[in-house]
Ligand binder design. Sequence first.
Ligand code: ADP
Length: 485
Amino acid sequence: MIRSDLLQNIGGYIDGRWSPADSGAQSPVVNPATRELLANVPQMGRDETLRAVEAAEQSLCKPTSINKRRQWLAHIADLLVKHRDELGRIVTLENGKPLKEGKGEVDYAAGFFRYCAQHVTKLRSRKLKEQPRSHQWTVHYRPAGVAGLITPWNFPLAMIAKKLPAAIAADCPCVIKPAGQTPLSTIALVALIEEAGLPAGRINLVMGKAAEIGGVLCEHPSVRSISFTGSTEVGKTLARNVANHVKRLALELGGNAPFVVFDDADLELAADHLIQNKFRASGQTCVCTNRVYVQRGVADAFTSKLVERANRLKVGDGMLEDTDIGPLIDKAGFDKVRQHVEDALAQGARCVAGGMPPTPPENQGYFFPPTVMRNVGENSRCVIEETFGPLVPIIEFDKESDAITRANGTEYGLAAYVFTRDERRARRVIASLQFGHVGHNSGTGPTPEAPFGGMKQSGFGREGGIEGLMEFVEPQTEASAIVQH
Ligand code: ADP
């Protein structure tokens, strides 16, 4: 069982009180590296969520000043930094990622609170310089209402940190629903928010029966916006369920990121960036490369650089100092990667690094070696679907236009990466890519300062940047007659 000063209360948090499930039911949280039990958390449902929404609704009636919100956001950022090591440990224990990534995730999360603290003044009312129709026009940024925030397990702290600061900045009370596999980081965050002195009802936390909780958030009239990160399938369910209630929805869904290497690219750089981009969180990120397109003339050279680097990566328990790649989150995740490897092999591909691990015994995590495949067919599952694991399929191409068509040949549009030294080619290719985030000679992912989000079936809405800050506000325009004295 996990012991932590930040987890003195393991429960939901409703109206300023830590709460068990009404039924007393609990769900286990396990360490994916060892499959040891870390904690039992309440399995809440409809009634607890209704109370959480009602508490948030009450809080909405007590608006706070921009200055107060700025102080809260800065205070939470400071607390995250202060507890960096412990939070990083909790992230690693429940998610499995290497400890250096767990601690890096805390810095990243703190960055979103810090950014919103610094820019919340952008939500001050602004008077238009123009005075059309002899009126003084003012735009007020009103809180949209209670916000439902639903997060996945792959970044247990960062995913909520991409949503919550913007909601706090907008003065929207929240109901948070973390993923069943990784609720502990959110519980620790809420403990810090309590320490930062936010009033009861402002931030509420429920966990348990996803469809019941999601149902209340979609149907309750006081919940005016839902921000969701997770699978496309659940995103579509939410889109259907909110349609009747006409509420705001921000969806950050699956990706199928292409990584395109042209023959004029710096291959060392491209290989280094691909390794960092692809194997972070064991390949379980929505921005990590899913398929690699290499121009034919450099395919052998690039592959050997990649294989050499992939073979150096150490797979193991994230708590161990020298681990580069932790386990996959669970059996379903492991089985999916295996099926993708099997399917590619059946279609003529071959493994040039890694390969198929046996099913682990009960007391061991679902570790998967970094795997590189060549001659991968375009119709392989690992090219069409998001693998969400440490598998790199390499596909060769000849012409620039061919690379663009194939890169865009997916229903997703979250992240893409392009490596070329030719600046004009880069401009052409980037402009043609239908992805919300494009790395140019870089595999870097999102940052708190820039808007991030998807095109096509990867969703809509943005997190980060000024665009992310605006997600939870309703602009209200006031046209006041100018009285002539
Ligand atoms: P993943 O494949 O990453 O687990 P999911 O989309 O299944 O992605 O889960 C992301 C989040 O959505 C989790 O917090 C999960 O509990 C929640 N969730 C799953 N089903 C629903 C639903 N019907 N309504 C609302 N939230 C849901």
